[in-house]
Ligand binder design. Sequence first.
Ligand SMILES: [Mn+2]
Length: 353
Amino acid sequence: MITPEYGRTLTPAEWQPVIDEMLAANHILLSTHENSDGDGLGSEVALAIILKALGKEVAILNPTEVPPNFLFLTDFYDIRVFRDRNEEDIQEIFLADLVMVLDANLHDRIGKLWPHVEFAREMGKLRLVCIDHHLEPEDFADLMICETYASSTGELVCDLVAALEQKTGKKLCSSEVASALYAAVMTDTGSFRFPKTTPYTYRLAGKLVEKGADPEMVYDRIYNSLTPESLKLLGLSLTNIRIIDDGLISWLFISQEMLEQTGSKLFDTDLIVRYLLSVPTVRVAVLLVEMKDGRAKASFRSRGKIYVNRLAARYGGGGHMNAAGCLLKMSAEKAQRVLLDDVRQFTREQVNV
Ligand SMILES: [Mn+2]
């Protein structure tokens, strides 16, 4: 079903405050959420190329490393991981006059960067802009562009680029910008299949291809990049999925031991979550992953009108109606008990409504 706001875009006038911030700044830092995805990475790479072309000093500093299947984006622009004990990296935040957070609407989503950004803002003139499309934003920046109608942050950035081109009279959307934005929109729409994919999204994808985006390369690099280790993890995970509560819930726990046994990494778990909804009776799917530091990371998916972002919010996380996540501040062992009880209760309530 097409959302009622379909086709809505922000007007150049609505983008004006963001454009003013970008044009006024000299040194701009871009960042996205921990365990970054195609939307956050593609959006920041696209904006970095454009801001550089406008004569700005621009760096991308992320809280966590780029997953291997998105490394092709680093051919377009350097993406660095912020080192919180490194003087140079900390200094970089203090030298910036604008930080733009993309695809995250809670302050702690940028992880270890946040305390330094917060301190730099208290001490000086650092401005903070957030562009995002998740539900229930926290008002943590000077300017918040949070539009939940958008399929992706990349879709919003496409509109921003168009407004910037109009304002500056320059052609800014190079083929690399177009491919980065195509990667953002493609991944967040599940290759143009998820509910917020509208006729506008398809037209936008078409425009990006006209501007030189390479759909074949982007798809191949992102989805055909499995390592033998991640395939082993996938196999092991599929045999461990539990379909419970009359088929309403699918549940998978991936332990550190499973990661070690297969030689796979935390980001290898990202491709597994989609299999949890592949059984049609399932309404709520949960992937719980034990992290190295003993905490656990939960990803939620749902089918139909079930707001799993509300489930994630109970643990300090958030997201969208059908896709959300959180970091649990408890051991994986405890999380398996506490979360499973909570998910069962939540699902019963939601399905009975
Ligand atoms: Mn997104």
